[in-house]
Design a protein around this ligand. Structure first.
Ligand code: NAP
Length: 321
C-alpha cells in the first residue's frame, strides 16, 4: 500500500510517499481502507518533534514513522473477535498512539471506532475524533460548563478550539475566543460572544476573569492564568510549552490549596462513547466540523506545511482515493 513515511524529525520535506506492506489486523482489530485523514496539532508537533513531549517514544529519531491519527474509511476485513463491524461498514475513529493514518490502510481496535452516519462525508468524520473529544472532555466533563458561565478558549480557531467554542455555547456559556487577527470573524461565526487577538492583547492582563479557561496552546506562567480565573474558576491546559506544563504540574496543586482555583493538565481519554455523542451532536446540526482546506493524499507534505505555517481556520483534511 501507499503511505506517507518519515524516519526523522523535521520540516514537511522529511515526509515521503512510498510503498510499504499492507497491515494485517490482529484478532481484536479492524482493517480499514482509509478514505480521509485529518491533520491535528499533534501531527504538526510530532513531525518537528516540538514541544519535547512530542518525542515521547523516540528522543533522537521518531519511533512512529507514519503520522495521522484521525481517520474515516471503509472496513476491509475484521479480526476474529470483532463483533460490531463487518466488511463494507463506513467507520471513523482515532488510532491509538497518534499515528498510522497517512496511509491507504490502517488497523484499529474495535473500541476506537464508530459507524459513520450516511449523510456525513468521510472528510467531515475524519475531522472529528481527537479535536472534538478534547473539546467535549474539556467543556462538559472537566469544565462542567453551566449556563451563564464565562468561558475562554485560548487557541479557539484551531482544531480543538473550534469545537470547544461551539460546545461551550451549546452548554449555555458566554464564550471568549482567543486567536490570530485573521480568525476573529471566523470565531464570531462559530458563536463566540467575544474575541481577543493574541497578536495585540494578552487575555491574562485584561482584568477579566473566567469560570473556565481551556488552553490548547499554553505558554504563560501559572500566575498569569491564576490572575485570569474567578475565585472558583478552573484552567485546563491541553497542550503548550514544556516549561508551562512543568509549572502547572508543580505549582497547580499549591495554587489550589492557597486560592481554591484549579490549574491543571487535561489528559484526554479517547473513547467510543464520547465520539458517539459528538456524532449525534453533528447529526442534529448542533456542532459542525470546520474544514479550512482539503488536500489529495499525494500532497500530504503540503497539507502539513500549510498547517505548520499557522492561520488554519479549524481543520485540514487529506482525502485518500
Ligand atoms: N492533553 C491531551 O491528552 C492531548 C491529546 C491530544 C492532543 N493534545 C494537544 O492538543 C493540542 C491541540 O491542538 P489543535 O489540534 O487544536 O491545534 P491547532 O489546530 O494547531 O490549533 C492551535 C490554535 O492556536 C492558535 N495559536 C497559536 N499561537 C497562539 C497564541 N499565542 N495564543 C492563542 N492562540 C494561538 C493557532 O493559531 P495560528 O494559526 O495563529 O498558529 C491555532 O488556531 C496540541 O498541542 C496537542 O498536542 C493533547
Amino acid at each position: 500500500m501507499k503511505a506517507v513515511v518519515r524516519t526523522e524529525y523535521g520540516p514537511p520535506e522529511v515526509l515521503h510517499l512510498t510503498e510499504i506492506e499492507k497491515p494485517v489486523p490482529t484478532d481484536d482489530e479492524v482493517l480499514i481502507k482509509v478514505r480521509a485523514v485529518s491533520v491535528n496539532g499533534s501531527d504538526r508537533e510530532g513531525l518537528v518533534g516540538r514541544p519535547l513531549y512530542a518525542r515521547i517514544g523516540g528522543l533522537r529519531k521518531p519511533s512512529q514513522h507514519i503520522l495521522g491519527s484521525d481517520i474515516a474509511g471503509r472496513v476491509e476485513t475484521v479480526g476474529k473477535n470483532i463483533q460490531q463491524f463487518q466488511p463494507g461498514d463506513e467507520v471513523f475513529g482515532e488510532i491509538p498512539g497518534y499515528g498510522g493514518g497517512f496511509a491507504e490502510y490502517v488497523c484499529i481496535p474495535e473500541r476506537r471506532l464508530v459507524l459513520k452516519p450516511a449523510q456525513m462525508t468521510f472528510e467531515e468524520a475524519a475531522a472529528l475524533p481527537q479535536a472534538a473529544v478534547i473539546a467535549l472532555q474539556g467543556i462538559r466533563d472537566k469544565g462542567q460548563v453551566q449556563p451563564g458561565h464565562q468561558v475562554l478558549i485560548n487557541g479557539a480557531g484551531g482544531g480543538a478550539g473550534t469545537f470547544a467554542v461551539q460546545l461551550a455555547k451549546l452548554y449555555g456559556a458566554e464564550v471568549t475566543g482567543v486567536d490570530h487577527t485573521d480568525k476573529l470573524d471566523f470565531l464570531r461565526s462559530l458563536g463566540a460572544d467575544h474575541v481577543i487577538d493574541y497578536t495585540r492583547e494578552d487575555f491574562t492582563k485584561t482584568g477579566q476573569q473566567y469560570d473556565l479557561i481551556l488552553d490548547v496552546i499554553a505558554h504563560r506562567s501559572v500566575l498569569a492564568y491564576r490572575r485570569a480565573l474567578k475565585p472558583t474558576g478552573s484552567y485546563f491546559c491541553v497542550g503548550g510549552s514544556v516549561a508551562t506544563l512543568f509549572q502547572i504540574l508543580l505549582l497547580g496543586p499549591w495554587i489550589r490549596r492557597r486560592t481554591g482555583k484549579r490549574i491543571r493538565m487535561l489528559m484526554v481519554q479517547p473513547n467510543r462513547e464520547d465520539l458517539v455523542t459528538i456524532t449525534e451532536l453533528c447529526e442534529a446540526g448542533k456542532i459542525v466540523p470546520a474544514i479550512d482546506k482539503r488536500y489529495p493524499f499525494s500532497e500530504t507534505p503540503e497539507a502539513l506545511r500549510y498547517v505548520g505555517e499557522g492561520h488554519v481556520k479549524g481543520k485540514v483534511v487529506i482525502t485518500v482515493e
